[in-house]
Ligand binder design. Structure first.
Ligand code: SF4
Length: 424
């Protein structure tokens, strides 16, 4: 396997064959944003005859639409003057990622449990340190991009943990936590040995019933399950987790149907399924990459054909407010509904379009008319506050809006907001 950074990619024939304007865009945008690719993506996924418009190219490579036209022009001018400080200035101004809500970081006897996050009562997110470092390739829209360019996500350094036993006392003290989610970056960049070190202590806790692993390795590097030196060992680990009575769910991130078309990914899927693990799929709706009903219908149809479970269509997080990845809400809803109509009835269990704001999952559920006025219907699917789950809110319909407003505020009970206000 060969990985490419922005520096090494420039030495490939793929870079050489890009139009000159695209080479310049690549050179200057990778001064600001994250970039990583690999041989599989370059040779099997991107249609180079269609780059830079090709959707997988857009998925993997930064594009000028990730900045306002003013900032892109300023960056271009600075680059032509040989001044890269402006790139660093832009990077500093971008939000790090979706906001971290400190009160959702668990504590035991007053001490923070590093590298964990409890968005919902029954689910604990786990961030072992090595898993937060990298992925097999980077998605242009990734909200974790700052950690890939060397900026820390949390100034208090609570973002990840090194000792595999870190979450154990908290899990033992909280039997209501039935699910743990290993997330990252991508947990499956780790060796099978290293993964086992972090997973094994969890398997001894009876109240944890579901082990979830969130990954894009099927999309970016399916060889992880076929020809990597420890691919067999990884599959044996999947079997081992289930032999301890746990349900193993791989949450696979797919963005475009092409990620499911070649024989390598199909073989990888069959090998995972042969262990008994269940693969559930999710991905964001992103402008320029998958913003059409046909693309989603094809993606879901492929998933069903391959025995995967399509679960969520997310709306891209507002990690970079200048970027034009976000699809207008009315269009997002229409894409979701039309895509469902073009597939088998099995996609009616897919939830979408869904916003994630780090403490809630909120469904954009439809449009209603009241007294000749139209409204978007928002429904809270999951929340740390039981009274918020199922809550419906109406916001004025606007065909062009890309924002549903402050969803954290909308679905957080007033008394909690008052407490937070008093504490601040
Ligand atoms: S695979 Fe996930 S964490 Fe990695 S770059 Fe893509 S969105 Fe970000």
């Amino acid at each position: 396997m060969t990985f490419y950074s922005s520096h090494t990619f420039k030495k490939t024939r793929y870079y050489q064959q890009l139009p000159q304007s695209e080479q310049v865009a690549f050179d200057i945008l990778t001064e600001v944003f994250h970039f990583k690719t690999n041989t599989y993506v370059l040779e099997n996924l991107i249609d180079w005859d269609k780059a830079p418009q090709d959707p997988i190219y857009q998925l993997n490579f930064p594009s000028p639409s990730m900045l306002s036209s003013r900032n892109y022009q300023l960056l271009l001018d600075a680059y032509q003057r040989g001044d890269i400080n402006f790139a660093h200035a832009i990077r500093k101004h971008k939000p790090a990622d979706v906001p971290i809500h400190q009160q959702r970081i668990p504590r035991l006897q007053g001490a923070l449990i590093k590298g964990t996050y409890q968005a919902f009562p029954n689910l604990l997110f786990l961030f072992p340190d090595p898993m937060t470092k990298t992925c097999h390739a980077y998605c242009s829209y990734c909200y974790r991009w700052k950690q890939f360019v060397g900026d820390t996500l949390r100034s208090d350094q609570t973002y990840s943990y090194d000792d595999p036993h870190t979450p154990i006392p908290y899990l033992k003290a909280h039997p209501e936590i039935t699910n743990v989610l290993f997330t990252g970056a991508d947990p499956l960049v780790l060796s099978a040995n290293k993964l086992q070190q972090f997973i094994e202590p969890i398997l001894a806790i009876d109240t944890v019933r579901v082990v979830q692993i969130s990954t894009k390795s099927l999309g970016w590097w399916p060889h992880r399950f076929t020809t990597d030196p420890d691919a067999e060992q990884l599959l044996r680990l999947f079997e081992h987790i289930q032999s301890k009575g746990k349900h193993l769910s791989l949450t696979a991130h797919f963005t475009h149907p092409r990620e499911l078309e070649n024989s390598i990914v199909k073989q990888a899927i069959r090998r995972i399924q042969s262990t008994g693990a269940v693969i559930r799929c999710q991905g964001p709706l992103v402008a320029g990459i998958n913003d059409s009903p046909k693309t989603w219908a094809t993606l879901w149809n492929y998933q069903i054909d391959l025995g995967l479970i399509p679960s969520y269509m997310f709306i891209e997080s507002g990690h970079n407010h200048e970027a034009s990845f976000r699809v207008p809400l009315a269009k997002a809803l229409s894409i979701f509904q039309k895509a469902q109509q073009q597939t088998t009835g099995l996609t009616h269990s897919v939830q979408g379009p869904v916003f994630m704001n780090d403490i809630h999952r909120v469904l954009l559920d439809g449009i209603v008319a009241i007294d000749h006025k139209k409204f978007f219907v928002l429904k809270c699917l999951q929340s740390p506050y039981p009274e918020s789950e199922g809550q419906i809110e109406l916001i004025p319909y606007d065909k062009h809006t890309r924002s549903a407003g402050d969803l954290v505020k909308m679905f957080t009970p007033q008394e909690v907001l008052n407490e937070a206000y008093l504490a601040s």
